[in-house]
Design a protein around this ligand. Structure first.
Ligand code: ADP
Ligand code: MG
Length: 292
């Protein structure tokens, strides 16, 4: 493409809130055949809300939430915010946690009122040698609704679960339909549970998922696809997504996401909506088509 046609394309993109870093990003984007999308904050709003607290028989619902939220005050994860806000909405008073520790991709642990508390996903409680027992069925029901379930362990026993819901962005379904029509293979990657991931993917007509993915796995998944000959774009918003955005042929950051994600990306969607990808694709095709 001529420098002029590229300037025209990037200018039109910018007007629509699609920031294309340079000519190379535009040229590469035209050749993309596979799009990896992060779930939380990319397909969904990334503002989860607490929707359920289910105590183990004999345990108190409010107490489970109080302990969980007290611990989560130490975390900056969106899931933590949902749990803390949920407790505050119910006017539960929280206490200071001690020995707080975040376990990447799994959850958090620490001490609340002198009790050892862990809070996180299945991998987190398995590390403790615990099983969710009777709560598994309830957990699965919530996951089938697309919710994210976290188990609360107190002094080496599962005390209950908390569940949060993160609504899908209004613009996501139409954008995905358009991207499918444009012929892209779409894969959702998430640190979330497989069951939750499947429920969300089913609603969006996404047929390929990679779930229970640790942050460092996303870049590896992309590398493997590239080794198989795919030209891969990755859309993500989180600090954790930066290595994957850098590994992709074109990284696409949500303007609403972390700064380091934006720095690693060739395209930034200012409004954080996936319809920007459709626009970028059409711009790339129109621009590159010009000179063939
Ligand atoms: P992603 O941003 O891709 O959804 P993360 O790697 O941040 O994934 O988290 C993966 C999983 O680890 C979450 O779905 C949750 O179950 C658990 N987790 C992470 N951080 C926390 C936290 N602060 N509190 C409870 N669970 C957490
Ligand atoms: Mg995310």
């Amino acid at each position: 493409a001529t420098p002029m046609s590229i300037m025209t394309a990037t200018g039109r993109g910018a007007q629509a809130g699609v920031l294309i870093k340079n000519a190379e990003a535009l040229e590469r984007f035209e050749k993309i055949d596979t799009l990896i999308v992060d779930k939380t904050g990319t397909l969904t709003k990334g503002k989860p809300k607490l929707v359920a607290v289910l105590p183990q028989p004999g345990k108190d619902e409010e107490e489970v939430l109080r302990v969980a939220a007290s611990l989560e005050r130490g975390s900056e994860h969106p899931l933590a915010e949902a749990i803390v806000n949920g407790a505050e909405e119910r006017a539960i008073s929280l206490v200071e946690a001690r020995e707080f520790e975040a376990v990447t991709g799994k959850g958090v642990k620490g001490e609340v009122d002198g009790h050892a508390v862990s809070l996180g996903n299945k991998a987190m409680i398995e590390d403790l040698g615990l099983a969710a027992g009777d709560l598994v069925e309830k957990a699965n029901q919530r996951r089938d609704e697309g919710e994210t379930v976290m188990f609360v362990a107190i002094d080496g026993a599962i005390a209950g679960l908390v569940s949060v819901a993160d609504p899908i962005k209004e613009t996501t379904p139409d954008a995905l339909k358009a991207l499918h029509t444009l012929g892209l293979r779409i894969i959702m990657a998430t640190g979330d549970n497989e069951r939750t991931a499947k429920a969300v993917a089913a609603r969006l007509g996404i047929d390929e998922i990679r779930a229970d993915v640790l942050p460092e796995d996303k870049a590896r998944i992309i590398r493997e696809l590239q080794d198989g000959g795919a030209r891969v774009a990755m859309a993500g918003d989180g600090v954790n997504d930066a290595p994957a955005l850098a590994q992709a042929d074109v990284g696409i950051a949500m303007g609403t996401g972390a700064d380091v994600a934006i720095e690693s990306a060739g395209i930034t969607l200012v409004k954080g909506n996936l319809d920007g990808i459709v626009r970028a694709r059409r711009l790339a095709q129109a621009t590159m088509g010009n000179i063939r």
